[in-house]
Structures are given as C-alpha cells and as structure tokens.
Ligand binder design. Structure first.
Ligand code: UDP
Ligand code: MG
Length: 154
C-alpha cells in the first residue's frame, strides 16, 4: 500500500467565491485524510519558488499577483496514491477543457483562477509540503473510517 502526502492550495478565487467548503468537501468525501490545514499569506519569494517552472512565461508576474490577492488555504492530504488521486479530482489546468466531474470543470471557467493547486509528483509533493508546513503543523491520527479507506475495505 502506497500511502502518500500531497499539498493542495485553494487559490484566492476559491476564498472569494465562497467555495472553500465545497472544495475541501470533495477531497474529504473521496476519503483523503487532512493531516495539515491553515490559511497562508503567500509572499513573492514563496511564489518564485513554487512557480519556478513558469518563470519564463508571460503570465508569471500576473499569476503571482493573483495568488497574493487574499490568503490561500493550504492543506496536506494523506491517502493511498494520493498525489495521482488528487490530480484526477482537480482536473486539467484549463477548467473549460477539464473532464466534467472534476473540481476545475465543475466550478471554474478560467486560468489562472482555476481554484486549486495540487502537487503533481512524489518529488514535488515532498518539496511543497516542506515549503508550506512545519513538521509540528502535520498530524498523525486514527479515524474510525481508516479501515474502509486505507484497509481491507470491510
Ligand atoms: N497558468 C496560467 N496560464 C497558463 C498556464 C498556467 O495562468 O497558460 C496558471 C494556472 O493557475 C495554473 C498555474 O499557473 O494552475 C500553474 O501552472 P501548471 O502548469 O503547474 O498547472 P497545474 O499544475 O496547476 O494544473
Ligand atoms: Mg503544477
């Protein structure tokens, strides 16, 4: 069993549009366990690191500005193959092209305001969780439902 942790950020459009509960609820209902959760006021230097792969894009400055408009909600989820499962739940980058049923397809229309960020690989998840969460902000605990979502399923 491959239990992974992945970082999700709910972007400023999620907060402004009162979709925090809806978005968190979709991950909860899937069976992903919340092991860290907080509001984060992103800084330009955090975003320079977080979006380093976009540094040469024309929209780099505007996406950073967008991400600093309000605090974001940072969540660390844990689950079996959580990184891929979460990427499937959020859908592809452009919400108008994302598969119906995904968070971005169902709830958003635009980039950059596509509601959520989620780690896209094991390597990035490790770095991103560390970037935004201290060890003492991450929790290990048992839920009575763990046997259904992590165990044999009975
Ligand atoms: N983005 C954008 N225009 C683009 C591509 C990306 O504004 O043409 C923004 C969008 O908010 C996206 C973020 O930059 O979520 C990070 O881009 P990435 O390619 O990593 O997409 P993601 O992993 O978020 O699907
Ligand atoms: Mg990405």
């Amino acid at each position: 069993m491959n239990v992974q942790r992945s970082l999700v950020l709910i972007k400023p459009d999620g907060l402004q549009r009162d979709l925090l509960g809806e978005v968190i609820g979709r991950f909860e209902r899937k069976g992903l366990k919340i092991v860290g959760l907080k509001l984060i006021r992103l800084t330009e230097s955090m975003l320079d690191e977080h979006y380093a792969h976009l540094a040469d894009k024309p929209f780099f400055a505007s996406i950073k500005e967008f991400m600093m408009q309000t605090p974001v909600v940072g969540i660390v989820f844990e689950g079996i193959d959580a990184i891929e499962a979460i990427r499937k739940l959020i859908g592809s980058t452009n919400p108008r092209q994302a598969d119906a049923g995904t968070i971005r397809a169902d709830l958003a229309m635009n980039v950059p305001s596509n509601l959520v960020h989620a780690s896209d690989s094991v390597e990035n998840a490790t770095v991103e969780v560390k970037r935004f969460f201290k060890d003492e902000e991450l929790f290990q605990y048992e839920k009575i439902t763990d046997r259904y979502v992590f165990g044999e399923g009975v």
